[in-house]
Design a binder for this molecule. Structure first.
Ligand code: BGC
Length: 544
């Protein structure tokens, strides 16, 4: 049993078992391979793994197109291997968050196969059908991937009706107002809790909630999420939901509810603003972010990330800001996707510049919330833009300089995704083995960053506010939790900057925990210091 609110001080490591480590040479990462690498994850200092879907799937959407919720994809192991993995993770103190992808199934899921068979099928209403799609502009449903598949309605010739799919046509939307589905969702939660999940990432949470609100017992879209949460909490009080809800800031509050809905909210807004701040070389966007982000209730927390397995979505930025982020970090067309996103990894976006990569991660770890490391970002992995859609950022983990970066002994098409062999970010240049032994490597720096964040408990648990640094380039954040005080500075600009620092309360002591340079012993009185270009400084103290 984990301590309640454990997720507020967690360090989350996000990975896909298929791209982590292949133990049997079939070209796909697998659970036994992941078990072999658990010591690496725990050595990095992570305390939680967010595991992408591992169920049977046709893999047209890298496993988010699920065809059986209660089984394990045979390429990656058996149910026994999953249980083994969950046990091995627990024995290292690692919590595991699995996914609840119930906005849709794959078209190959037996539910859809049966529902699509005939208009009279008993499971027909598990999905959403219409005789005609609503006329253009009148559909309330918006398409998420506005690439080739522009409509959210696809005609199924077997019955002549159209089915709804917010995502790809091979991912028909389930109707969460349907009692059968809701009862299945509860069974899925129970099933994975029994196996050892510490929580669930709720895929496409707003759609799931909105559709459920049509059920007679619900008044609004959040009733269902509240119900689900009480179901979860009654079964396992320390389990957590982490929601994917890329919504406007004013709607985020509703997902936390009164502490009775989502525990963690993936912070899409923060990722956009961090990248905007980096593009502008200014702390101003991040100060704005801190103003607009609703404060979660005590049991709620943001889950912050720089990058994940999807595109970096820039939808919330205004036209001018979006253009700047595109021009700075994705100058070529093939780096962009869906007209609003970037399909690149953090390290190449930052030109592989160690100072910028460190600044960005330090900033991420200092933001109010729980940080997520996207696997491979701790060594500065790159992308392969020749691949389809979001696949460029889903390459096999680079363990060493040997063939396939040590990921697998398979060759050619047998490999789930091709390892990145060439170039500045290829496995010969960027890999765990080489970085382990190098005291100046990104990997060893990341370990230090993770330790620092763990020593700054107030960042996950305390009260916080933005402090005046006297410089637009420098973000200053102040955290306190009981008497513990953590103060963090980040200079986003390319020029050194002078910082004026005025402690707000009398401090018994203050010391430097982590910084890009030796800034010396910090004074507890008002003083000034000069922070390097792209510099960072973490201080810790205690109120007198
Ligand atoms: C996942 C995507 C996926 C989509 C549809 C999202 O939440 O993050 O990778 O394509 O759901 O399943």
């Amino acid at each position: 049993m984990l301590r309640n609110l454990w997720y507020k001080s967690a360090i989350i490591y996000q990975l896909d078992v298929r791209t982590f480590f292949d133990s049997d040479g079939n070209g796909w990462g697998d659970f036994q391979g992941l078990i072999e690498k658990l010591d690496y994850i725990s050595g990095l200092g992570a305390t939680c793994i967010w595991l992408k879907p591992f169920n049977p799937s046709p893999h047209r959407d890298d496993g988010y197109d699920i065809s059986d919720y209660y089984a394990v994809d045979p390429h990656v192991g058996t149910l026994g291997d999953l249980a083994d993995f969950l046990e091995e993770a627990a024995s290292r103190g690692l919590a595991v968050i699995t996914e609840l992808v119930v906005n849709h199934t794959s078209t190959e899921h037996p539910w859809f196969v049966e529902a699509a068979r005939s208009r009279d099928s008993e499971l027909r209403d598990l999905y959403i059908w219409r005789d005609e799609p609503p006329p253009d502009g009148e559909s309330p449903e918006r398409i998420v991937f506005d690439g080739d598949d522009r409509s959210v309605w696809t005609k199924d010739d077997r019955t002549g009706q159209y089915y709804l799919h917010r995502f790809y046509p091979f991912e028909p939307d389930l109707d969460s107002a349907h009692p059968f589905l809701r009862s299945e969702i509860e069974k899925m939660i129970l099933y994975y809790l029994k196996l050892g999940s510490a929580g669930f990432r709720i895929d496409a949470a707003p759609y799931l909630a909105e559709k459920a609100s049509a059920a007679p017992e619900y008044d609004d879209a959040h009733d269902y999420l509240r119900d689900l949460r009480s179901f979860l909490t009654e079964r396992r009080p320390d389990a957590a939901f982490m929601a994917e809800a890329d919504v406007e800031p004013e709607k985020l509050d509703d997902f936390f509810g009164e502490g009775d809905e989502m525990n963690l909210m993936l912070n899409f807004l923060a990722s956009e603003y961090i990248w905007l701040g980096l593009a502008q070389g200014s702390a101003v966007p991040l100060r704005e972010l801190c103003d607009v982000l609703p404060r979660p209730p005590h049991s709620g927390q943001y889950a912050n990330f720089l990058r994940n397995h999807d595109e970096l979505d820039l939808e919330m930025l205004d036209e001018q800001d979006r253009r700047l982020v595109f021009e700075t970090f994705a100058p070529h067309d093939d780096m962009r996707i869906f007209g609003r996103g970037i399909r690149r990894r953090a390290a190449p976006m930052l030109n592989g510049d160690p100072r910028r990569i460190r600044l960005a991660h330090s900033l991420l770890f200092s933001m109010p919330g729980t940080p997520i490391i996207y696997y491979g970002d701790e060594i500065g992995m790159g992308e392969d833009l020749s691949l389809w859609e979001r696949r460029p950022v889903r390459l096999p983990m680079q363990w060493g300089p040997e063939t396939n970066g040590g990921f697998s002994t398979a060759t050619g098409d047998a490999l789930y995704h091709p390892p990145l062999a060439d170039g500045e970010f290829g496995y010969a240049e960027v890999n765990v083995a080489d970085q382990r032994g190098d005291p100046d490597s990104l990997l060893n720096w990341m370990r230090h960053l993770v330790t620092t964040r763990k020593e700054a408990h107030a960042v996950g648990h305390g009260e916080w506010h933005v402090i005046d640094t006297g410089s637009d380039a420098v973000l200053g954040l102040h955290y306190d939790n009981n008497q513990e005080v953590v103060i963090v500075f980040h200079n986003l600009s390319d020029e050194a900057s002078s910082v004026t620092f005025t402690p707000e309360t009398e401090l018994a002591y203050l010391y430097e925990m982590f910084a890009d340079d030796q800034y010396g012993h910090p004074e507890t009185e008002e003083h000034q210091f000069k922070i390097n270009r792209l510099g960072y400084r973490w201080l810790r103290g205690r109120t007198a």
